[in-house]
Design a binder for this molecule. Structure first.
Ligand code: APR
Length: 252
């Protein structure tokens, strides 16, 4: 009983913060996709958590086998209601775009597994439009040797690589610039499903807080910035967010 009352109370507090805000930015991590069937990295059963215990990743689904879940849909509703001004995501699973988030309203800081890009002019291509065949051309990571038959950029003949950012790769300039711009403007940031372990991504909630924004963290576990959050909700994103949307529609 206490749990239900607590969720209700947290939903009311989050709705109040949203209604008092003028510039909501949402920040997501791998935890928002676990209810779609994808593993996260540092959660209880995450890929790195299991690796550090000498265990193989849990048998999960692949990116092209999963769909957006209720949490993704709720964020899309925040977009459609004109409440969410921008979305910063660390996820490469394409689920935010698949849920209907407008490309101009999201920065995928670590890239997107369906997207390739030109190393010279930054032109973006889907795998299909550039006819990238993983069997023939490999994964296209920047750190891997270029394969002769790999397609090159249609605009400048430059080298095409995967947009996915691996550790030690430089961060994508355009996405970082946009995320910084909207973080500076935000007065409320919903931080959903991220352990906030990886920089520079995890600097965005910190910078928002420093600029006086309110921070709400939604996570089933602890994060590195819980102590500075204005509200911490220990709930599954896919369970909490639909109730936030429902309440917002009630009070609108
Ligand atoms: N609802 C809310 N929180 C959840 C849920 C859920 N259903 N499922 C998992 N979580 C939480 C976990 O408790 C964890 O704290 O989501 C968080 C996911 O954290 P990470 O696995 O560290 O993922 P993320 O923060 O996105 O990692 C950042 O690290 O390995 C790199 O490039 C990778 O983009 C990734 C980056």
């Amino acid at each position: 009983m206490k749990q239900i009352l607590q969720i209700k109370d947290e939903v009311n507090q989050i709705v109040e913060l949203i209604n008092d805000s003028n510039y909501l930015v949402v920040f997501t991590g791998a935890g928002i996709s676990t209810e779609s069937g994808l593993a996260d990295f540092r959660g209880a059963d995450g890929i790195w958590t299991r690796r550090d215990k000498g265990l193989p990743p849990k048998k999960g689904k692949h990116f092209d086998e999963v769909e957006p879940n209720k949490a993704h849909i709720a964020i899309k509703e925040l977009q459609d209601m004109g409440i969410m001004k921008f979305l910063i995501s660390q996820n490469v699973d394409n689920l935010h775009l698949e849920s209907g988030i407008k490309p101009e309203l999201i920065s995928e800081l670590h890239g997107n597994y369906t997207l390739m890009k030109c190393l010279e002019c930054d032109e973006r291509y889907s795998r299909t439009e550039i006819q990238w065949d993983r069997e023939l051309h490999g994964r296209g990571f920047r750190t891997e040797p270029q394969v002769v038959s790999q397609p090159s950029c249609k605009k400048c003949e430059g080298r095409i690589i995967s947009s996915v950012v691996n550790f030690k790769d430089p961060m994508p300039e355009k996405e970082m610039k946009l995320s910084k711009h909207h973080t500076e403007k935000c007065d409320l940031m919903l931080v959903i499903g991220s352990s906030l372990s990886v920089q520079p991504a995890s600097n965005f909630p910190r910078r928002a807080k420093k600029n006086g924004a309110k921070i709400v963290i939604i996570n089933i576990d602890i994060t590195s910035q819980d102590d500075t959050a204005d509200l911490k909700s220990v709930n599954k994103a896919g369970e909490l967010l639909p109730s936030v949307i429902e309440k917002l529609k009630e009070v609108k």
